[in-house]
Design a protein around this ligand. Structure first.
Ligand SMILES: *Cc1c(COP(=O)(O)O)cnc(C)c1O
Length: 342
């Protein structure tokens, strides 16, 4: 039986559900893994994650389609991206096929927590891994915990996506040849000060420029950037090794090119080009697309032509197509929507 929750009034915060998934890596191998009702982790005060931040994570959603099926979106790309993150952090890879099975298992075990179709809410799935045993000399841990927690979250924007204002911060997100391209907690730890400062100054997000030259557009703290030009015919998205490869952004680019007949340019984007664009959006799993209405740069403003009232028409079309595929209203490419048998 579905939990007695007012799904529409949920916000984006953690609430424990019935089960999490856990597997331990020890003596060079992963154990069989299992569901657990224990939502607390006990470990050494000297654990690798606590001392040297050896951790990475993923984020995806399970939701109910119109036909009642519980599904998630392209989880294979999350499995692969987490493997890439682990390799960069000298952590053992949790095998991709086991990652996918674990997602199915933990969602099925918490099926009563999956919000109903039409509520706007979803079950957020957070796989994560961290160095578990004690480490004092700087080196990778020998033991790791892989977990998946799930938690029901409300619609990211209540009452529709209103355009946001981003600012150009004086901080950088990721170093050249650093860890910007992986989903590591450390990339978020260092972004907390810039984002709190942005909020205190009245801005929604930071739009980071490339750290080496500060002339090219990168991304925000947790979302990739897409631009629209040529009267809605072209989508432009920045290319850089220090941008996290967003699954939402890659899916939007595919839809633009293969379903909407647009031209897609994935290339370095000069900050000086931005005034030529008609629409601008931030993309990630949580909000899918958030329109940007204005960029604030040290006293100067760039107004995006689509304005501060609502999402521009091309981003709206991309948003409707992607969410239509996710919700099973529009047929998408083979394998994008993964059904979870409960
Ligand atoms: C997770 C994340 C995104 C969005 O990726 P999705 O796969 O679309 O959710 C974008 N930028 C950063 C820095 C991220 O950590």
């Amino acid at each position: 039986m579905a939990k007695d929750i007012d799904w529409g009034s949920l916000d984006f915060s953690y609430r424990p559900t019935d089960y999490s998934y856990v597997s331990m890596y020890k003596d060079g191998k992963w154990d069989a893994g299992k569901l657990t009702a224990e939502h607390t982790v006990t470990m050494s005060e000297c654990a690798g994650v606590l001392q040297y931040s050896q951790s990475c994570f993923e984020g995806l959603k399970a939701y109910t389609e119109e036909n009642g099926k519980i599904v998630c979106f392209r989880p294979d790309l999350n499995a692969k991206r987490m493997a890439d993150s682990c390799r960069r952090l000298e952590m053992p890879v949790f095998p991709e096929d086991r990652f996918l099975k674990a997602v199915d298992e933990v969602v099925a075990a918490n099926k009563d927590w999956v919000p109903p179709y039409g509520s706007g809410a979803t079950l957020y799935i957070r796989p994560f891994m961290f160095g578990y045993n004690s480490v004092i000399g700087v080196k990778p841990a020998d033991e790791y915990m892989f977990r998946i927690l799930v938690t029901p979250v409300g619609p990211y924007f209540k009452g529709g996506a209103k355009p946001v204002v981003v600012r150009i911060p004086d901080f950088d997100r990721a170093a050249p040849h650093g860890t910007g391209g992986i989903k590591a907690g450390l990339n978020y730890a260092m972004s907390l000060h810039p984002i709190m400062e942005a909020h205190r100054e009245g801005f929604n997000e930071n739009m980071y420029l490339d750290p080496a030259t500060r002339t090219k557009v990168e991304e925000t703290g947790g979302a990739n950037i897409i631009f629209i030009k040529d009267g809605g015919k072209t989508l432009v998205t920045p290319k850089s090794d220090s941008i996290l490869p967003s699954i939402t952004r890659r899916s939007i680019c595919y839809i633009a090119e293969n379903m909407l007949g647009m031209k897609v340019e994935h290339r370095p984007v000069m900050y000086s080009e931005v005034p030529e664009f008609e629409e601008m959006g931030l993309c990630g799993t949580a909000a899918v697309i958030s329109p940007v209405g204005k960029i604030f740069d040290h006293g100067k403003e760039i107004d995006i032509p689509s304005g501060m009232e609502k999402m521009g028409p091309t981003l709206q079309k991309l948003y409707d197509t992607l969410t239509g595929i996710q919700m099973g209203r529009i047929a998408g490419p083979e394998g994008w929507v993964h059904e979870i048998k409960c």
